[in-house]
Design a protein around this ligand. Structure first.
Ligand SMILES: [Zn+2]
Ligand SMILES: [Zn+2]
Length: 232
């Protein structure tokens, strides 16, 4: 059975544990290990989507706690050389790799870093988990995903209101548009994708000031008909 647990999911820090039976993957390394309750010996690998510190700051500390390797794109590996200088495995876009009973593919996403990726993960029991965060657009369509772990950072309506009320400046506004996933874009993404096997949706990386948790859950559930949770 697949279990998803968030240790943190925001620009302050991100890390998730994806478990299936007695196997586990860690996704992102942006939360202090001392604040995470888990059996480190159970972890088969650490996957990192990009080099921003809210996703990668504690990479070295995670590696020290377990015997696992870090998987990321070559571009991310280069950027991370200070925090991950050993046990780094580079994965190219769209080339499947296997770690124990996990089969994983990194795919390109759109974010303001060197070589950002999302991961499509086949779990030991045959579930399909899509993990995508920090991207303003996803060009791929996926079939048979059972668990969506996907960013829903902001809604354009709230963002525009915050700009008008000067809660953020034009530069911040423009950066968000070109780096993070918006509610309407996520709705379009779900409409374009095969949801026939979907069991759960986890919304990730909500912005403190540009999001509305309850509204996001309601809208995504209404569109998809799938139980939806906000990861925190
Ligand atoms: Zn982030
Ligand atoms: Zn980022």
């Amino acid at each position: 059975m697949v279990k998803i647990n968030a240790f943190g999911s925001s620009s302050a820090g991100n890390s998730y544990l994806l478990e299936d039976g007695d196997s586990a993957l860690l996704l992102e390394a942006g939360i202090q290990p001392k604040n995470m309750k888990l059996d480190w010996s159970k972890v088969d690998a650490l996957l990192i989507t990009h080099e921003h510190m809210d996703h990668a700051r504690y990479t070295k500390d995670y590696i020290r706690r377990g015997g696992f390797s870090v998987y990321c794109t070559p571009g991310t590996a280069k950027e991370l050389k200070d925090v991950a200088n050993y046990r780094v495995m580079e994965c190219e876009y769209l080339e499947q790799f296997t770690v124990k009973k996990w089969h994983i593919i990194a795919f390109q996403v759109e974010h303001d870093v060197a070589e950002p990726c999302g991961f499509l993960i086949r779990t030991p029991s045959g579930k399909k988990v899509l993990f995508a965060t920090d991207t303003y657009y996803i060009k791929y369509k996926f079939k048979g995903v059972t668990h969506f772990m996907i960013e829903c950072n902001y809604s354009l309506e709230i963002l525009q209101e915050n700009l008008q009320k000067k809660r953020l400046d034009k530069r911040q506004y423009m950066r968000i548009l070109k780096s993070h996933f918006e509610l309407g874009n996520l709705i379009d993404f779900f409409k374009a994708n095969d949801l026939s096997k979907a069991e759960e949706v986890y919304l990730l990386h909500l912005s403190d000031r540009n999001s509305d948790e309850e509204q996001f859950i309601n809208e995504i559930e209404r569109i998809t008909g799938i139980p939806t949770y906000v990861a925190k």
